[in-house]
Design a protein around this ligand. Structure first.
Ligand code: SF4
Ligand code: SF4
Length: 193
């Protein structure tokens, strides 16, 4: 008797779910939008003239509990300038096989160079492909930006840059959502195609 009651209870659970709203999403054809503050893949942002905000200080790498970030700094010169400061990141890598998306690195960044996007499609076929390079992480050039290296266009000092960036929301446009995720395609360098 108990077994029959249990069987009908089991069917009851199934039956009650038949009339509930279907929540299945048509992934990957129609990916569900992420929450606005979702911690997705990182972005290395630029100043409005295209220079990189990253100054190669390595604070993000030291803050990372998973040892997922590797940075090597290089010296800017008047002929070869990539950022408004003395230094820039000559090598910048994030290993997404290690990253736990905690966000401590973006909290540590003194220039707001490093932020996180909503992009969550990070599965790759090999571990090597999970190591994203600086070229892949850099925000794409927005209209009016110029590909570094080039001289400082927004002022003589780093302070000019930081104060200007604060009043220009366009400087971090790539941080809210990676533009290439709109098209769903990007080439090997991470640029939109
Ligand atoms: S999100 Fe966390 S784990 Fe990932 S790189 Fe940043 S600090 Fe490291
Ligand atoms: S991303 Fe920020 S914290 Fe990391 S090296 Fe660049 S400036 Fe420093």
């Amino acid at each position: 008797m108990g077994a029959i009651t249990g069987t009908f209870k089991g069917f009851g659970v199934t039956f009650s779910h038949m009339f509930r709203k279907i929540v299945t999403t048509d992934y990957p054809f129609e990916p569900a939008p992420a929450a606005p503050r979702y911690h997705g893949r990182h972005i290395l942002n630029r100043h409005p003239d295209g220079l990189e905000k990253c100054i190669g200080c390595e604070l993000c790498a030291w803050a990372c509990p998973a040892d997922a970030i590797y940075v090597e700094g290089g010296d800017n010169t008047d002929e070869q300038r990539f950022s408004p400061g003395e230094r820039y990141a000559s090598i910048y890598q994030i290993n997404y096989a290690r990253c736990i998306f905690c966000g401590l690195c973006i909290e540590a960044c003194p220039t707001r160079s490093l932020t996180m996007s909503n992009e969550y499609e990070l599965a790759r076929d090999s571990r090597q492909d999970l190591i994203f390079t600086k070229e892949q992480l850099l925000a794409p050039l927005l209209p009016g930006m110029e590909q570094p290296p080039h001289p400082m266009r927004l002022g003589e000092t780093e302070k000019d840059y930081y104060l200007g960036a604060l009043t220009n929301p366009g400087t971090s446009a790539g941080a809210e959502k990676a533009p290439w995720s709109e098209t769903g395609t990007k080439d090997a360098t991470g640029e939109a195609s």
